[in-house]
Design a protein around this ligand. Sequence first.
Ligand code: XIL
Length: 383
Amino acid sequence: MKRSILFCVCAVAISVTIISCSSSKKVTASGAATLKEAYKKDFMIGAALNSQQIEEKDSNAAKLVPEQFGVATPENIMKAEIIHPQWGTYNFDLADKMIAYGEKHNILINGHTLVWHSQLPAYARNIKDVDSFKTFFNDHITTIASRYNGKIYSWDVVNEALNEDGTMRRSVFLDKLGDDFVTEAFRIAQKAAPNTELYYNDYNIEQPKKRAGAIAIIKKIQAAGVRIDGVGIQGHWHLNKVPLKEIEESIQEFSALGIKVMFTELDIEVLPRNFQGADVSQRVASNPELNPYVSGLPDSVQQQLANDYESLFRLFLKYKDKVTRVTFWGVADGNSWLNGWPVRGRTNYPLLFDRQYKPKPAYYKVIALKTNAASGESAKKPF
Ligand code: XIL
């Protein structure tokens, strides 16, 4: 408790300093610099938005998102099961709203995602012959990518094509099209969306074996003369176990391929879980022991979360010439997918804003890295 009082005093002091030192900077109503403003010269800061937020039905998010974030990813509404529910029938309603939302608030949009084995409608999973599957694959990418060419900033063209050991994941794409489906997806996307950046996105690709698999995929795309602009490391990590060394190596190795490096789905799990990663098909039965913080996050955990985020952002800043975007998977704790996955009905706390959309200690630590010269990017602290 004492710590949190001390923390609040510090936070107020920081806010007052900001008001008095930088009146020209964009600030929130409370006077604090926002994430996107604080990191303006370093990399873009984004959030995944759910449909309530895209339609501005969530009044807290409607105010907070344009203040804090310069780029957004639709959490679900551009996935095949929603945007292409029946073969040849597209539902662009919410995706068009996302584009309009971005234009209205000057927020860039990262499309998510053209090719993914999950949230794929049953008709696509059940296509039997290879030629029909090729037609589906080509039509799906071409129709969606060309519709938003020039309107959308970037696409996660292929999501999660790899196993943990770096081999190709078994999926309908691999079964029907073979290893080359990733390169082909980029080839089709490049043609349909010449003005859109194209990325490969996956979780745990900071880990050495899976990273090697991702590097092989990227090199293969490049060797085919097809454009790939960046790689997204999803960044679904765990409290006190954020793999800083592997993340640093990954930034170095991926950027050496001549592409941008992004952290595209950042959140830090604070609840008990016995596996890492983000395989959406993995489920664990509910159990009160797995949901220990229903009535609030203990101070010590709150501080650890803040420290983890601080270390991560210090690392991102060290590589600000290579890291182009950091996107959180959600806006505030109450709407994080980690309340429902891998265990249903938990009370989780993985983001920078709490259930009331108020900044948490982690938020202030991330902001302080930029506004507090003593602990800023110039300080070469060990990771
Ligand atoms: C998640 C969404 O957040 C959930 O709402 C949905 O039920 C399942 O998918 N990796 C990804 C994201 O690339 O699309 C996933 O999003 C989380 C893991």
